[in-house]
Design a protein around this ligand. Structure first.
Ligand code: GDP
Ligand code: MG
Length: 177
C-alpha cells in the first residue's frame, strides 16, 4: 500500500472528532506516517494529512482532518465538516466521559455533515486494558443503535489503526464509486 505519487482517482475527506486528549492526532500520525509521539502537544491550527492508497485498483487519496484544538462543544466550525465523506468518532476507552460525549459529537456531526457520511466509532488506547472504563459491549450497543462501524485501536501499539481507516475508506469507496 504505502504512498504512491500517481494522480488520485478519488479524494475522500475524513474528519477526526472527539474530546481533547483521546488520541486523535496520534491516530492520524500513526496512519499517515507510522509515527507515535509520547509527548504530543495539543494540536494548533487547522491541519490535515493525506495518504494515498489503492482500493479496488483505484488510487484513493484520503485527506484526513484533525481538529485544531477546537474540541470544546460546538467550537468545531462547519467548514471543518464541509465535504466530509467519512468521520472517525474517537473516545478514550480509559475515560468514560469521552465515551459519554460521543452522543453530542454525533449530534453535531449529523447536524453538519452529508447524510450518507460513513462514521466509524473508535475506542482508542486499547493498550491500556487494565485501565478500561468503557466495556466493549457498551460501545457495540451504541454503535449498533446509531448504525456506526466500531473498532478499538491503539495508536501507541499500532493496533487496528490501519484497519479502522481502511474499513472506513473502503465503505466510502463502495458508496461513491
Ligand atoms: P488529541 O487531543 O485527541 O489529538 O490527543 P493526542 O493524539 O494528542 O493524544 C493525547 C495523549 O494520549 C498523548 O499523551 C498521547 O501520547 C496519548 N495517546 C494517544 N494515543 C494513545 C494510545 O493508543 N495509547 C496510549 N497509551 N496513549 C495514547
Ligand atoms: Mg490533537
Amino acid at each position: 500500500m504505502g504512498d504512491l505519487n500517481a494522480k488520485a482517482d478519488y479524494v475522500f475527506k475524513v474528519v477526526l472528532i472527539g474530546d481533547s486528549a483521546v488520541g486523535k492526532s496520534q491516530l492520524l500520525a500513526r496512519f499517515a506516517k507510522n509515527e507515535f509521539n509520547v509527548d504530543s502537544k495539543a494540536t494548533i491550527g487547522v491541519e490535515f494529512q493525506t495518504k494515498s492508497l489503492l482500493i479496488d485498483g483505484k488510487m484513493v487519496k484520503a485527506q484526513i482532518w484533525d481538529t485544531a484544538g477546537q474540541e470544546r462543544y460546538r467550537a468545531v466550525t462547519s467548514a471543518y465538516y464541509r465535504g466530509a465523506v467519512g468521520a472517525m468518532l474517537v473516545y478514550d476507552m480509559t475515560k468514560r466521559q469521552s465515551f459519554d460525549h460521543m452522543t453530542r459529537w454525533l449530534e453535531e456531526l449529523r447536524g453538519h455533515a452529508d447524510k450518507n457520511i460513513v462514521i466509524m466509532l473508535i475506542g482508542n488506547k486499547c493498550d491500556l486494558e487494565t485501565l478500561r472504563a468503557v466495556p466493549v459491549e457498551d460501545a457495540k450497543e451504541f454503535a449498533e443503535r446509531e448504525k456506526l462501524y466500531f473498532m478499538e485501536t491503539s495508536a501507541r501499539e499500532s493496533t487496528n489503526v490501519e484497519t479502522a481507516f481502511l474499513t472506513a475508506l473502503t465503505e466510502i469507496y463502495g458508496i461513491v464509486s
